[in-house]
Design a protein around this ligand. Sequence first.
Ligand SMILES: Cc1cc2nc3c(=O)[nH]c(=O)nc-3n(C[C@H](O)[C@H](O)[C@H](O)COP(=O)(O)OP(=O)(O)OC[C@H]3O[C@@H](n4cnc5c(N)ncnc54)[C@H](O)[C@@H]3O)c2cc1C
Ligand SMILES: *[C@@H]1O[C@H](CO)[C@@H](O)[C@H](O)[C@H]1NC(C)=O
Ligand SMILES: *[C@@H]1O[C@H](CO)[C@@H](O)[C@H](O)[C@H]1NC(C)=O
Ligand SMILES: *[C@@H]1O[C@H](CO)[C@@H](O)[C@H](O)[C@H]1NC(C)=O
Ligand SMILES: *[C@@H]1O[C@H](CO)[C@@H](O)[C@H](O)[C@H]1NC(C)=O
Length: 663
Amino acid sequence: MAFLPSPPMAVAFRLKIGILLGLLFGQAQSARLYTEEDPVVILSSDSLKQSVFNSSSAWLLQFYSSWCGHCIQYSATWKALAGDVKDWAQAIRIGVLDCAHEKNFDICKEFGIHFYPTFRYIKAHDTTNDYGKTYHGADRELQTVRQLMVNFLQNHTKQDWPVGCPPLDPARSEDILSLMGKKTEFYTAVIVEDKDSYIGREVILDLLPYEGLAVKRTLSSDKLLMEELGITSVPSVYLFHPNGTHTIMNVQKRLRFFFSSFLKLLPGVHRKQSTSSLQRPQPGNNGQGTQVEWKVFEKSKVYMADLESGLHYLLRVELATHKTLEGEELKTFKDFVTVVAKLFPGRQSVVKLLETLLEWLVSLPLEKIPYDAILDLVNNKMRISGLYLSEQVQWVGCQGSSVALRGYPCSLWTLFHVLTVQAASRPDALANTGFEDDPLAVLQTMRRYIGTFFGCQECGKHFEEMAQESVNQVKTVDEAVLWLWRKHNQVNARLAGSMSEDPMFPKTQWPTPDLCPTCHEEQEGLHVWNEQMVLAFLKQHYGASNISLKYSSNSQPEPGPPAPDKPKAITKPNNGHLNQNLKPSPDSIPKHQKRTEISGAGEKLTGVQIEARPGMTFLGLGFSSLDMSLCVLLYTLSCVFLMFMFFFFRSKRWKARNYRPYV
Ligand SMILES: Cc1cc2nc3c(=O)[nH]c(=O)nc-3n(C[C@H](O)[C@H](O)[C@H](O)COP(=O)(O)OP(=O)(O)OC[C@H]3O[C@@H](n4cnc5c(N)ncnc54)[C@H](O)[C@@H]3O)c2cc1C
Ligand SMILES: *[C@@H]1O[C@H](CO)[C@@H](O)[C@H](O)[C@H]1NC(C)=O
Ligand SMILES: *[C@@H]1O[C@H](CO)[C@@H](O)[C@H](O)[C@H]1NC(C)=O
Ligand SMILES: *[C@@H]1O[C@H](CO)[C@@H](O)[C@H](O)[C@H]1NC(C)=O
Ligand SMILES: *[C@@H]1O[C@H](CO)[C@@H](O)[C@H](O)[C@H]1NC(C)=O
């Protein structure tokens, strides 16, 4: 006996090993098990007591040690749990504290943490400072712990009930029946379930951060109520509408995720916003007094108007903030045009415009291209018949409830989803472009476009991080479709409840069960995707035959006498059409008025031609600034001239060739 360490000594011993190992690996590796990106609250000696004692919510804490193998394995479950109950935070929060971190040694000792991991739950409004209650259950599966959280919440008394937590006990049948035929300001959803089912309570907690509805539960043992509502099987959700009508809610699968998703998607139900963004403009009002007509659309469709408006913005505004393109930027632009020209399942006039642009870019041996020259082409200054990209911004599926929301970034996601699906369904489309047989063609091009040109820099950084982490695991075109879908959902999860979320279009994990019921499954109490079904769905949803031309502009101007230049369409990007943080600053938008004169003069200046081709290395060798600007001017003119020559011959060739039928 004498040689066996007594318990306190064992603790000290373990601590010492902890310190040693911590010093050896912990600091050096510093690969923490949990990061700010995870939905858990990372606590330390500075914040633990302040956060968990006398808190408005209850807490479930995991004291772990970063060197304990089991903790490392368990961290995936804990993160999944925290993500699963993220919306419960007003009632109960999930925290972690690393006892192997030097600065936490004392606090772990004070809390009496002897083994890792140790789970403690602490009631809301707890001022006893008794370090909480330890969970000793052997089963640490996600579903078990989640149900424990519900039980623990229900163990609160009226006095210490968490401030943001609605009642979890079954509602009285009188209260439910009295709702019949009554007009109210919000929905009431009643979940009818068996006594030991957790779905009702879980859905109540899932909807905690949402306003516009109340969720209650009742038991199937209440025969009178079951009869009155006509419910024959449980669990079921009965819905009382604000207008006084009531119906049973139809869901394809009786799972928590389906119930919660359907309720979150009811019109008028949205995530509560921080007070600063509470004044919510009405749909159709762009906040500047002018009414934009609301366009009715189906969310099961993709709209060409969104894709074309996005391309218009990308080509005429976002890229136009770059005076010239060269080097990597030029390469990125070329690749982008290649991918879009070959894969975009658009209208003939747009596809032809893109193909022309591509042909021009490929055949011109320029190392540096003034963007104005590209703009002239995009605006079809050559007046080649059949090339046209509308200058109208017309958001349909990407409409926002206010002009600062959705719009361009939404169209960009949509465009790239469409492109990945095209790449997967038309394997030969990229033949002879240098991208053939490259399953990553679209993703890498998107990645470089977003990183180089996308006006929202933060978005670009986040996207680059995601790409670095996993894009190389993509081995087939199908995996590329799924990769983009997965990353988009990751972005949605991060942005849910943030300022850039449109309250009318809450960020959800997409496709929601109403769009694709077979995409969703449940395994051991956790929602999982059926990725095979998701892939099939994405291919159908973003497929060429699902792109609607409704609301697409038809006003294609006839080629003919030069129309007066309309620079205002370009130089005045209506700020409102963009997500606020994506707006380029007004002075970075180039002035295009000059363009007409330059291109008009181009024909006279036949002499300058290609001299300037090898870039502008000759600049700066003792030229005055006047010389320099002359050089730049000549250079620009020669580019424009080249373009003219190009089109002169190209359009001749074209006439001889048959038009490709619209795909
Ligand atoms: C690459 C990229 C990175 C971004 N990063 C940020 C950022 O870091 N911070 C920020 O504030 N904003 C970011 N944004 C903008 C943000 O993602 C949204 O585009 C914007 O807030 C508008 O949201 P939305 O409601 O229109 O839906 P969006 O997220 O733009 O989605 C558009 C449409 O695509 C469909 N969809 C939704 N999810 C998926 C999915 N998983 N797979 C396939 N289709 C789907 C839906 O029909 C949806 O309406 C980024 C945009 C892009 C293109
Ligand atoms: C607990 O918090 C409430 C308000 O949040 C405060 O009034 C009260 O004094 C606090 N109690 C203790 C013991 O700190
Ligand atoms: C709830 O309270 C009961 C009675 O005090 C107790 O036995 C049970 O362990 C508690 N459950 C939880 C999860 O705290
Ligand atoms: C009440 O609203 C629902 C949709 O919320 C609608 O389907 C129903 O027709 C409306 N009933 C009446 C009487 O207005
Ligand atoms: C369009 O996509 C939806 C899914 O959003 C799908 O149900 C529908 O069948 C598709 N339509 C066509 C014509 O492919």
